[in-house]
Design a protein around this ligand. Structure first.
Ligand code: NAD
Length: 499
């Protein structure tokens, strides 16, 4: 059985084998590897290596640090196919989605190649007589990232590339469900010239998360995962005096106005609701047609499009999506479908019981469509995180706007319309962090920032871009006075000259 170990100081950490967790094979069912589940002793070793390496790394000039990012990018490009295959094998998403996962992380690495520019501080000459004020951005020291299963390359790179190029040491605790790619990323960083101890990986579950949250040497924790755990991580980390940002779950709405191009909407929904088996925090699992006529026309177009979706194993180039991550998650999605039915929504297409020939034990869920879902239903209120699309019919624009605004989650939202005024009003008024206008998955590019509102995000800063830079640095402000001496010149400041 393959064992996936920590990546501490460039090696495995040399720890005695402790607890492990099974890494499953979503395509076929069953176990494919085991991953070490560490605790304090593994973390202490990683912290010691980080403490030894970080001051030296922070002393590299920013451009030299950026060169490591350039080198790292070329290595990821070189190994893209291998990394995508490894990612798909543990996660279950199709190869094209795995490449997208890596590519979106790589875009943050590209942003970090230019970090010397944005790391520059501010300067005021002559803030008072003989007084200059300037600021500098300094690293926190040692930061940690705790990441979810659904983007095992992108999210570690959101955090880790920003943290290390700002001069920090970074300790990653990836999801125990698909832990291999994060370890490969850490090894590629070392190959790119990053000193050992600057980007490390410790595996584990709650025990390791708690060890990170309580460790006095870790100054900042960035978390992405489900909301209850995000809130827990935020509270415990802040209570321990750390800087914490914690991104949580989501239930993104797509509002479809009567004038929308429905063919485009249906294509977008098939990708955004069912792509990656719905296991995306920026998926679009709720569609809100405005007006009964829009609802009927949309539904009529959606049904054949959903029936035409091709589900397959993650290496099938024809497949639009693959299995979900574990048998437990499959069971949870199927329970939510039953709850939705019990609550009175109309099951238009039932994806339960889907079986793929030759892969009968794989964790597949067929695409599911539920209509006449209402805000009173728990299946609407909660995140299902599977290939399930719910139609919530709204009478008018204001009702649709209120639905998205009042939902407990506020990660992303989209409006589909040809009306610029409606789109503009929607973007300005909706109580959600990221908005798409005729764009179903509005993940901002790397030089903007990513973050949701309400129970989708705890803390003040977003991921990557200038917000990420804020999170991974602290600003030192210097006020300096260089007097020119007394008026008669008796105490004059003398500019030294060569003897
Ligand atoms: P999860 O919350 O189960 O796990 C996230 C991390 O927390 C993992 O590293 C896990 O080991 C750790 N963890 C699990 N249980 C814990 C506990 N009891 N105490 C402390 N730590 C614990 O999330 P997941 O299932 O891996 O990922 C899916 C979730 O992540 C979804 O809710 C999705 O919406 C969310 N997500 C959010 C964003 C975002 O940016 N808002 C992005 C991606 C995923």
């Amino acid at each position: 059985m393959r064992t996936i170990d920590h990546f501490i100081a460039g090696g495995t950490g040399g720890l005695a084998k402790a607890r492990t967790a099974a890494v499953m094979d979503p395509n076929n069912g069953g176990q494919q590897a085991e991953v070490a589940l560490g605790s304090n002793d593994a973390l202490d070793r990683a912290v010691a290596a980080a403490q030894a390496a970080q001051p030296g790394w922070a002393a590299w000039n920013p451009q030299r640090r950026a060169r490591v990012m350039f080198a790292f990018k070329t290595l990821i490009d070189r190994d893209m196919d291998e990394l995508a295959a490894l990612l798909s094998a543990e996660h279950g998403k199709v190869l094209a989605d795995s490449k997208g996962d890596i590519q979106r992380g790589l875009e943050v690495v590209e942003f970090c190649c230019g970090l010397p520019h944005v790391l520059k501080g501010e300067h005021t000459q002559g803030a008072g007589p003989g007084i200059d004020v300037y600021s500098m951005r300094q690293p926190i020291g040692i930061g940690a990232g705790i990441t979810p299963f659904n983007f095992p390359a992108m999210i570690p790179l959101w955090m880790g590339a920003m943290a290390v190029s700002a001069g920090n040491a970074f300790i990653l605790k990836p999801s125990e469900r698909d832990p291999s790619v994060p370890v490969r990323i850490a090894a590629l960083f070392v190959e790119a010239g990053l000193p050992e101890g600057i980007f490390q990986v410790v595996h584990g579950d709650k025990e390791m998360v708690d060890a990170i949250l309580d460790h006095p040497a870790i100054g900042a924790v960035s978390f992405v995962g489900s909301s209850d755990i995000a809130q827990y991580v935020y509270s415990r980390g802040v209570a321990a005096g750390k800087r914490v940002q914690a991104m949580g779950g989501a239930k993104n709405h797509g509002v479809v106005m009567p004038d929308a191009d429905l063919d485009q909407v249906v294509g977008d929904l098939c990708g955004a609701a069912f792509g990656s088996a719905g296991e995306r925090c920026m998926a679009l699992p709720v569609v809100v047609p405005v007006g009964e006529d829009t609802a009927e026309r949309l539904r009529a177009k959606l049904i054949p499009a959903i029936h035409a979706l091709k589900i397959g194993i993650s290496t099938d180039p024809e497949a639009q999506y693959g299995p979900v991550v574990t048998a437990q998650h499959k069971a949870s999605i199927e329970r939510w479908i039953q709850t939705a039915v019990d609550e009175g929504s109309e099951l238009v297409i039932d994806g339960r019981g889907f079986s793929l020939q030759g892969h009968e034990e794989g964790y597949f869920v067929g695409p599911t469509l539920l209509d006449r879902v209402t805000p009173a239903m728990s299946s609407y209120h909660n995140e299902i995180f599977g290939p399930v699309l719910q139609i919530v019919r709204a009478g008018d624009f204001e009702e649709a706007l209120a639905l998205a605004s009042q939902h407990q989650y506020g990660n992303g939202v989209a409006i589909f319309t040809r009306n610029g005024h409606a789109a503009r009003e929607f973007a300005a008024r909706v109580n959600v962090g990221m908005v798409g206008i005729n764009v179903p998955i509005p993940v901002p590019v790397a030089y903007h920032s990513f973050g949701g509102w309400k129970r989708s995000g705890f803390g003040d800063t977003d991921q990557y871009g200038m917000e990420g830079l804020k999170f991974w640095t602290k600003v030192k402000k210097v006020t300096a006075r260089w007097p020119d001496g007394g008026g008669d010149g008796s105490n004059a400041f003398v500019i030294p000259t060569m003897g």
